[in-house]
Design a protein around this ligand. Structure first.
Ligand SMILES: *Cc1c(COP(=O)(O)O)cnc(C)c1O
Length: 400
């Protein structure tokens, strides 16, 4: 094989997939992998969902792109549906998660500027966070490994440990514009933030005139068993970033906000060439058709319960490899005893795809359309992977 033409930013597996059907991905040499990664929480309704495919095909024959200088009916429709289903009054469409977070950050800063407080531009984020890979969102995420070598950290981002209200209160000052948090930290290792803590954040924000931003890029669009994960806590944010699952594989994201929080975003303050294009909107609307259908989210909750119980049984019987099941809905994590990368590789050998995360966790985030039979198949393949690691360790032990 000749050297890759691509930037070396990924350590890729050697798998090449030809097509997908539901939770299955088929390689160019005909092997069938169970996709329990959904890309990374992207293929919310599985691969090649017929309703979504036909929505895209129909739109592709009519109109791909018009500028945001004109009316785009698909945006109005998807925006209206998101508003009706959430706390929000206004929506801005982007192409990705990081851009949705950028819009959220700009919306929060602009709100305070509009109120006569340009000095209030600091955003407080939480250790273990991930908010994207742009210059601003790596500063928001605060992880040194993502900022190293990219110049000075963008100003205006403060970070505190999640769960520590005293530390948070110390950092809040006249400069604070907003708090930004993932209700379940995804890249950070499927760490669920205590709903009690989220309610405490809401209260502090209300008292201090600070905006609350939820990053639901990974947790949103049914992944948690509710349309948005914050619904489990009973409170809502002022601003929310979404992406991943809403496009079901088509690149798109959105920033949702209350009318008050979005008040500063007047003509000229923000924009995007591609965001909200008619193709993306056709797909987003079709994905919502599936996820908002009667009973769909209840089914996600039931399936998640059954999947989690089966994973808990694996933890009981293979405690030398995995130690804990985490997560909410079909956003699940297995905390590993051995390196998480070894479990991901062994799973791949057993023809099931899972995704590594921080905190030595393996993410199990299948399409929300996975069936009970497929859940059993997935657990069987995961068990085969754990057994192969155990056997490997035993033979290493014997050799040593
Ligand atoms: C994936 C992710 C992002 C970044 O999304 P991109 O589409 O890769 O820019 C931001 N925040 C969270 C919580 C994510 O999971």
């Amino acid at each position: 094989m000749s050297a890759s033409a691509l930037f070396g930013t990924y350590a890729r597996s050697n798998l090449t997939f030809d097509h997908g059907e539901g939770v299955w991905l088929v390689t160019n040499d005909g092997r069938r992998f169970l996709d329990c990664g959904s890309g990374i929480a992207v293929n919310s309704v599985g691969h090649s969902h017929p309703h979504v495919v036909s929505a895209l095909q129909e739109q592709a024959g009519k109109l791909w792109h018009v500028s945001n200088l004109h009316q785009i009916p698909g945006q109005e429709r998807l925006g209206q549906r998101l508003i009706e289903a959430t706390f929000a009054d206004k929506v801005f469409f982007s192409n990705s998660g990081a851009e949705a977070m950028e819009a959220a950050i700009k919306t929060a800063r602009r709100y305070h500027y509009d109120q006569g407080h340009p000095e209030r531009f600091h955003i407080i984020t939480f250790e273990g966070a991930f908010h994207g890979r742009t210059i601003a969102t790596i500063a928001a995420g605060g992880q040194a490994k993502y900022m190293e070598g990219f110049g000075p950290k963008a100003p205006g981002f403060d970070q505190v440990p999640a769960g520590d209200l005293e530390a948070l209160k110390k950092v809040i000052g006249p400069q604070t514009a907003a708090l930004a948090i993932e209700p379940v930290q995804g890249e950070g290792g499927i760490r669920t933030i205590d709903p009690e803590y989220l309610r405490a954040l809401r209260k502090i924000c209300d008292e201090e005139g600070i905006l609350l931003i939820f990053d639901e890029i990974q947790t949103g669009v049914g992944r948690s068993g509710k349309l948005f994960a914050h619904e489990w806590s009973g409170i809502s944010p002022d601003i929310m970033a979404i992406a991943k699952g809403i496009g079901g594989g088509f690149p798109m994201g959105a920033c949702l906000a209350t009318a008050e929080a979005a008040a500063g975003m007047v003509p000229g303050t923000h924009g995007t060439t591609f965001g909200g294009n008619p193709l993306a909107m056709a797909v987003g609307n079709a994905v919502l058709d599936v996820i908002l259908a009667d009973g769909f989210l209840e089914e996600v909750q039931q399936k998640a319960l059954s999947f989690k119980q089966k994973l808990a049984a694996l933890v009981d019987t293979h405690a030398d490899v995995v130690s804990e099941v985490r997560g909410q809905g079909l956003l699940m994590g297995l905390k590993c005893v051995v390196p998480a990368g070894d479990v991901v590789a062994a799973a791949r050998d057993a023809e099931i795809l899972v995704v590594p995360a921080g905190d030595n966790v393996v993410r199990i985030i299948p399409p929300l359309t996975i069936t009970e039979d497929e859940i059993s198949e997935a657990v069987g393949r995961l068990e085969a992977a754990l057994v192969s690691i155990e056997e490997n360790n035993k033979s290493k032990g014997a050799a040593g």
